[in-house]
Design a protein around this ligand. Sequence first.
Ligand code: SAM
Length: 217
Amino acid sequence: MKSRIFVTADNSSTLFSEDFGEHYHSINGALTESKHIFINLGFLSIEKPQISILEIGYGTGLNAILTFLANADRQSSVYYHGIEKFPVDGNTLLELKYQNYLKISQQKMSLFADNWDSAIRIDNNFELFKQCVDFNEFIPNKTYDIIYFDAFSPETQPDMWKVENLEKILTCLSTGGVFVTYCSRGDLKRNLRYLGMNVKRFSGPPGKRHVLRATKI
Ligand SMILES: C[S@@+](CC[C@H](N)C(=O)[O-])C[C@H]1O[C@@H](n2cnc3c(N)ncnc32)[C@H](O)[C@@H]1O
């Protein structure tokens, strides 16, 4: 996929996809957005000794890297399953320079980019499985505690957000588990409620009024 690097308002970088005409993160701050939605509202909301996470739209791996770093303070045993149809190559990931402002070595960073389709250990508490697959064809066969839903917007890729796709992953969410996303559209909220989720709206990161966290009842 064709993409170029874009520096966002908090000085962290993201990619702009030429094919989809959309940035991978908010231009008002990639790092700020990822931390606010996926780490603070998602990962840190679940306290368990063992946590499994499914990410739809692995992209640059920023959410995975931030989850790994957040877990250093908690030491849960994390299984992180990212799915992605168009993997970003390792060189591009290093060019985003996340290693310059996150506490992570270049060597560890590369682990988040390479090794597709086989589970690897980043450390004793973090197992990463990056699967190259089209979400529309993905068949989950595990239970997850957290779903990071980070697809391109419903305007750009409506198929990703269709109720059948939401249903197949929410079926695999454990009771009390959470689904977090940057999108707060009314039709998404309605679909999540229809699928039995308790939907809550939260203030968004800069430039975004609201984001969603839905909990499985
Ligand atoms: C908003 S970006 C994800 C940002 C990512 N979470 C990050 O931290 O960089 C959306 C991602 O969905 C991926 N994608 C697009 N269509 C897909 C599909 N059919 N199946 C799986 N992934 C897809 C894109 O390649 C892109 O990486």
